[in-house]
Design a protein around this ligand. Sequence first.
Ligand code: FMN
Length: 535
Amino acid sequence: MQNGSSTIPVGRNRADGSLNRTSLISNGATNLWTSALHSLHRSLSLFQDSEGYRFELDAPLDNNTKAYLPPLPLSSLGDSTFRRAHKVRFNYVTGAMANGIASTDIVKAMADVGMLGIFGAAGLSLDRVEKAIQTLQGGLGEKPYGFNLIHSPNEPVHEMATAELFLRYRVPLVEASAYLDITPAIVRYRLSGIRRSSNGQIEVPNRVIGKVSRSEVATRFLSPPPERLLKECLEKGYLSAFEVELGRQVPMADDITVEADSGGHTDNRPAISLLPSMIALRDRLQKEFHFPTPVRIGAAGGISTPASIAAALAMGAAYVVTGSVNQACVESGSCDTVRQMLAEADQADVIMAPAADMFEMGVKVQVLKRGTMFAMRASKLYELYRAYPSIEAIPAADRVPIEKNLFRMDLEEVWKQTQEYFQRRDPHQNFKAEADPKFKMALVFRWYLGQSSRWANAGEPSRRLDYQIWCGPAMGAFNEWTKGTYLEAAKNRSVGIVAKNLLFNTAIVLRRLQLKLQGIDLPDDYFPTQAMDPN
Ligand code: FMN
């Protein structure tokens, strides 16, 4: 559409002032209106006359302007400081997904479209994480990427070794998640190499995005590191006295992602109440600490439609993070069978089930319910764990069916395999289990919980009913939004195309809102927000 050239009636007023919505559709103006609406780099003005509304691109504002939509490039959605800090064009992040489900391919695809992908390092051996670092550093150059540093209450040694690996390779950004409290590993990563620039400003080379769903944990990421951990890091030689001194003046994180009801680990909190509380908390703590750049707050959990992104931005989110939808994309480290199962999920097809990593504490994760019996079977194991002090105490009536259907071997054999695994990864767990029969039972049951995710990722056909697929209600919302479009088919879902479609249509939702706020309430079909074929 040419500059300022088009003036088309987009709706005539009836005598009573209501809109006659047939005019746009019947006079063939639909395409022109849609193309004007989609011209996000240009302003769009609406005027009202006896004929109804007409619109013009890039028209100067004057007294006749009824409503004005400023240019809304996608690169203006969210906080500009986020784009500068993380060297991205768009404030859109794909969050970590354990076991490499958030694969190097996802991270690369995101970097290629000017967005940020976090590699899913949790659950992988250090060797595998190291290979992923080498792959990404070899292929990305200056493009953005990050790695997940996950708190491992059962394996502090592994958490520290992961942080050391990131430092050795100068990984510039971690998404720190599952923290209940700040640990030496995350403090060491955050403050290593902190320095003063020639103009006296403090520079923190290692960026941290903390992922939280509770205000106690958010408070820790929004504050400087705790004094006792600074002391510990100094004593153990993790940090120099200078790094500790400067470290007292910076927050633990550059950003915190506030995670509402999501796939995987979740407190199932509603974003609509969680996000404003966390922003208020940030504001309170910023008044106390006066950091030169306030910690930004991003939104995750349930984000999978243009409307949800628009809502998060309207509530003040600096950026958005997606999860569940990305597992359903072709680049994910999952398999085609799982991608298809995810593509068929509705919003209610998710359920909470015991978590492998914090099984004994009764922690749960959100998983796909439809097409798998994992949640039911894992809950049965947790019930038995609660009821009995040891494997030997489980009555045959319970033990036989789980050996036959879940483990497909007797529990002694499971224990043998478990021991072999921990012999390689963390022998201390075996000693502990030998001394504590209840802990041994937990390790044996966790075998099933661990394998069930591996079977899902590998697409093990004989174990389809046992697939553990982390997934939140965002998946169903995305499927609903893409129904009947190019993105309905699992094979067309690519993270970059999904992300660009979501952001583009977010702008349309926001433009509609801007019009409404100026008193122009056009019908739904003036604002098509359909996922589009990129070709
Ligand atoms: N978050 C992490 O910080 N570390 C993980 O290892 C991790 N694994 C996940 C695995 C899957 C399959 C899914 C769906 C999510 C996982 N998450 C993990 C959470 C995501 O990074 C993201 O924060 C969350 O999925 C966003 O909510 P949504 O699922 O509603 O989109």
